[in-house]
Design a protein around this ligand. Structure first.
Ligand code: ADP
Ligand code: MG
Length: 618
């Protein structure tokens, strides 16, 4: 079915709606599309530049400012300037606690497995909302430059992203008003940009070396019949070009006899020097000497010194390449092509190290900080059906998932996943001694299950009585090539198991699918807002439940005042729960958490932590 749409800006007919490709990066993000000459092209909106720094600043009115403009507030208002949000996407505080020093803004520490939240001004944001701000900016730039509405996108993620990080990326797209056609691995997109994998008869093994601003990863991919399989990934999510900048900065401080700790007091000077160091690094990609002055400070460095400074870091990336090959069961000579991705691969020393290790010249004709977005645009073009030469594999038209607390849809197999496919996730109980768990399976794109299509329901019975949060229930979805879905639930501690079979496509017409998709786009914003409120309330209710239980059980470890104050905090949270304000609930929950943490540590009771683990099913 061909769609015809009218370009509102030009009044002309447009045959196909454009689907853009988006590289949502840790340091920089950008958007690309397939131009009328059928070539992928990055979008540069009215000379604003191609790269949008992945930085979000919130001003006094809680308005979000994104990109270069936001970056300027890194020194003047660091508490409200959010960078590197990709590191937090789909992660819990526990996941990132070890590295919390690199963040200059407040990450809410509720010491649980719940997803992190960030405070800026008097509001709380999830990494999904923050990433959505970046995506909105990209969408707006694309619409402005292309003079047409942009509603559909392919978004890339690192190959090592887990299910929860991918889902978070999808949600961010949705919140930005984008229908996310597919989540594609960054190394896959980079290969597509080089035309690798477009020919279904081609069979190749490739290595993609990606050194960005703050992260490094290497992926070994096998391409066969147009299918990309990730054989291995390796890397370090806290190693990148920023480290190179820091080495130069430290070198200058030393050469100028300046004490790091003293200079560090002066935020503005520090930032100026850091930017100067980055400029020096970039300059040394094409010249042998950099020589500037910042006030009294000499900022001089030659290429050879720079290379000595970064040698250890670069060697670390090569070790990761070795490990990736080993995990894939391959040697360097098995690799047909090496592809360079990420701005930091512009450094000739890095390029040379990669070439030496793999024993062949890496592909570097395409701009390394654009290659992923360009590949995403190609993937989008394939999905739009504009490339008849490429086979499109069978995909599920609608997402499949289960109901979690508060009536939320938790997607297990996302729409557009290739079949056959399997996916699973772990859940837990919300009430002490809960022995049954109702599992309801739904299909659809809306955030609330009541708006989706119910496929089946069954009870997992005979879970041994345990405190809330302790049972580990694995729910696995297996969708076979014939479109039959097997849902299996198993409680891991006891081995209790239950399984059913469903045919999700039964009674589902194309019109229904289309209507369900349209509805999800129309209601995307209100859906996500509702979901966040429900999540905040579920978390808050659970906290009240555990805190009350804790006080009852451990009153003897607390003084009377401590008990009274905890009760007051609980009451404040209860009041907040009856409001419909997500931010107030999160704030009160945070306060209760902060207040009770020392007691929990005192009592050394693991239960209060474990009770808050994982998603709960009522
Ligand atoms: P990410 O994928 O993490 O968002 P990018 O691929 O955009 O990051 O890479 C950003 C990094 O690339 C920064 O550290 C930047 O300083 C570095 N970079 C950009 N241009 C050059 C250059 N010409 N030489 C060396 N490094 C560069
Ligand atoms: Mg990148």
């Amino acid at each position: 079915m061909a769609k015809i749409s009218i370009n509102l800006a030009t009044g002309s007919f447009q045959k196909e709606e454009i689907i853009v490709g988006i590289d949502l990066g840790t340091t920089n993000s950008l958007v690309a599309f397939i131009n009328p000459d059928k070539d992928p092209q990055v979008i540069n909106d009215a000379g604003k530049g191609i790269l949008v720094p992945s930085v979000v600043y919130f001003n006094n009115q809680n308005e979000a400012i994104v990109g270069n403009e936001a970056k300027e507030f890194l020194t003047t208002d660091p508490a409200n300037t959010i960078f590197s949000v990709k590191r937090l996407l789909g992660r819990s505080y526990k996941d990132v606690a070890e590295h919390k020093d690199i963040f200059s803004y407040k990450i809410i520490d509720d010491d649980s497995d719940a997803l992190v939240k960030i405070q800026a001004g008097n509001r709380f944001y999830t990494p999904i909302e923050l990433s959505a701000e970046i995506l909105k900016e990209l969408k707006a730039r694309a619409e402005h430059a292309l003079k047409t509405p942009v509603n559909r996108a392919v978004i890339t993620v690192p190959a090592y992203f887990n299910d929860s990080q991918r889902q978070a990326t999808r949600d961010a797209g949705k919140l930005a008003g984008l229908d996310v056609m597919r989540i594609v691995n960054e190394p896959t997109a980079a290969s597509l940009a080089y035309g690798i994998g477009l020919d279904p008869t081609q069979q190749k093994t490739i290595a993609v070396y990606d050194l960005g601003g703050g992260t490094f990863d290497v992926s070994i991919l096998q391409i066969q019949n147009g299918i990309f399989e990730v054989l291995a990934t390796n890397g370090n999510t806290y190693l990148g070009g920023d480290d190179f900048d820091r080495s130069i900065l430290n070198y200058w401080l030393e050469k100028n006899n300046l004490d790091v700790n003293v200079v560090a007091q002066d935020n503005i000077l520090m930032q100026t020097l850091r930017l100067q160091a980055e400029a020096a690094k970039k300059a040394l990609s094409t010249q042998n000497l950099y020589n500037e002055q910042v006030g009294e400070i000499w900022c001089t460095i030659d290429k050879q010194t720079f290379e000595q400074l970064i040698a250890v870091k670069v060697e670390e990336t090569i070790t990761a390449c070795k490990n990736a090959l080993k995990d894939a069961g391959l040697t360097a000579s098995d690799i047909d092509e090496v592809i360079l991705v990420g701005g930091s691969t512009r450094t000739p020393f890095v390029k040379q190290a990669v070439e030496n290790f793999f024993g062949k010249k890496p592909q570097d004709n395409i701009n390394p900080d654009e290659v992923v977005a360009l590949g995403a645009a190609i993937q989008a073009d394939v999905l739009a059906g504009n490339r008849s030469d490429i086979l499109l594999l069978d995909v599920t038209p609608l997402s499949l998932g289960i109901e979690t607390m508060g009536g939320l849809m938790d997607v297990i197999i996302a729409r557009n996943s290739k079949v056959p496919t399997k996916a699973g996730r772990q859940y837990t109980t919300s009430i002490d001694g809960q022995v049954n768990m109702k599992i309801s399976v739904y299909q659809g794109e809306r955030d609330l299950v009541k708006e989706n299509r119910k496929l089946a329901e069954f009870d997992l019975k005979g879970i041994p009585a345990m405190p809330a949060g302790l049972p580990k229930v694995d729910i696995n979805f297996l969708l076979n090539a014939d479109g039959i879905l097997t849902v299996q639930a198993i409680e891991l501690r006891s081995g209790v198991k239950q399984e059913i079979e469903i045919t999700p496509s039964y009674g589902l017409s194309d019109d229904t699918v289309e209507k369900m998709l349209m509805d999800s786009i129309t209601h995307a914003k209100s859906d996500v807002a509702q979901r966040m409120l429900i999540e905040a309330r579920s978390e808050g209710e659970q906290l009240v439940y555990t805190a009350e239980g804790f006080i009852k059980k451990h009153a003897e470890h607390l003084t009377e005042t401590e008990v009274a104050e905890t009760v007051a905090h609980i009451e404040a949270l209860k009041n907040a729960l009856s409001s419909l304000e997500k931010d107030i609930i999160l704030k009160k929950a945070d306060e209760l958490n902060e207040f009770t943490r020392p007691f929990a540590e005192r009592v050394m009771d693991a239960a209060i932590y474990t009770a808050m683990k994982g998603k709960k099913i009522e």
